[in-house]
Design a protein around this ligand. Structure first.
Ligand code: FNR
Length: 346
């Protein structure tokens, strides 16, 4: 894409008007998937939800061999890996129930990401029991405190992602209140927190909110029956009256849904994904998880079984006939490590 809608507005500040985004997805939204979505045409990519308590313990490490910035936990686990290619497009989504801690984390990543998002829709117990995710929906004072703190405390855009409330009026008034905090945009998953992803989407709620506020509304929740192809994205945008569209499952199943030149076969998508996974040394279990999600009902096929048996990236590369590419990537990384070491050693 020559000039993306995402970067048109102003001095490099990420715009959420008329964009298509990769939704935040735990385990799925790691670096290889985000780069793949960008390559295929997504304007904005959200990382998986990262919990403020865990992130606050991380330190920032520049990895010159991989050309990435890592946020590393005390146990040496990489919680968040990002790179220059996505710097202007990546939204850091956090799970939080605490304004002060949210700001500490936002400041920690501020220079390396394009925007900060707060998850206010996750209905899972691990989120809600700490007052995070969808639990925030019943605590608008807390929502306001967190968002105001972030908006005034960081220099990049702040957004949030919510679900709808039981009535249209409540939903509209919540988003009006959210708008007043100064957030740049709001993503709305058009389902109640009790509803499951297979339940029909309430497009009318998204539409009512889009009419009521002036910040961009990002419509979400259409993957199962409304958005199957790239052309459906625009239909979904129109049906919801929203400014922008965010896709989770449709992108997880086949990220080429972002391609406006038509879909790519899954084999090709998995191969493109693996190239990023190898290049950025993605954790083997995470790579396997993402590929299994893509395979869906084919996960018990011969390829699926070989993938599930793989314990290393090398073994995954064999399952996909990508040994040569894998080896080349490893050789290049080794050569780069040697060069860098020769600079640092006397
Ligand atoms: C999600 N979803 C989600 N939402 C969020 O705000 N933060 C997250 O980390 C996650 N994690 C996550 C993982 C996986 C595997 C799925 C499928 C979903 C919800 C997601 O962003 C989205 O709101 C819903 O999936 C509805 O959108 P689609 O799938 O209909 O496009």
């Amino acid at each position: 894409k020559p000039v993306s809608a995402a970067m048109m507005a102003g001095a490099g500040r990420l715009s959420f008007t008329n964009i298509t985004a990769l939704a935040p997805m735990v385990r799925v939204g790691t670096l290889p998937m985000r780069l793949l979505a960008l390559e295929y045409g997504a304007d904005v990519v959200y990382c998986e939800e990262l919990i403020d308590i865990k992130m606050a313990q991380c330190h920032r490490v520049v990895n010159e061999v991989l050309d990435v910035v890592d946020f590393v936990a005390p146990d040496d686990r990489v919680m968040f890996r990002t790179c220059e290619r996505e710097k202007d497009r990546v939204v850091f989504q956090m799970g939080t129930a605490d304004p002060d801690r949210a700001l500490i984390v936002a400041r920690l990543v501020e220079k390396d990401v394009a925007a900060i998002d707060v998850n206010m829709g996750c209905p899972k117990e691990y989120s809600t029991k700490g007052g995070m995710g969808a639990a925030l929906l019943s605590d608008p004072d807390k929502i306001e405190a967190i968002l105001k703190k972030l908006v005034t405390g960081v220099s990049i855009p702040v957004t949030c992602k919510i679900r709808i409330l039981p009535s249209l009026e409540e939903t509209v008034s919540l988003v009006r209140r959210i708008e007043k905090t100064g957030v740049t945009a709001v993503a709305i998953h058009g389902r109640l927190k009790e509803e499951r992803p297979r339940h029909p989407l309430h497009c009318d709620y998204i539409q009512a909110v889009a009419r009521a506020v002036s910040i961009p509304v990002i419509a979400n929740g259409g993957s199962l029956d409304l958005v199957k192809t790239n052309a459906d994205i625009e239909e979904f945008r129109k049906a919801t009256g929203a400014s922008s569209v965010m896709l989770a499952r449709a992108a997880m199943w086949n990220a080429s849904v972002f391609c406006n030149t038509g879909p790519l076969p899954l084999e090709r998508v998995m191969e493109d994904y693996l190239k990023y996974a190898f290049q950025y040394n993605n954790h083997v279990f995470n790579t396997k998880y993402c590929l299994c999600q893509m395979l869906r009902d084919k996960v018990e096929s011969p390829l699926g079984k070989q993938l599930q048996a793989a314990q290393t990236n090398a073994e995954i590369s064999e399952a996909y006939g990508l040994q040569e590419f894998y080896q080349q990537t490893q050789d290049q990384l080794r050569a780069k490590r040697d060069v860098l070491q020769s600079f640092t050693q006397p």
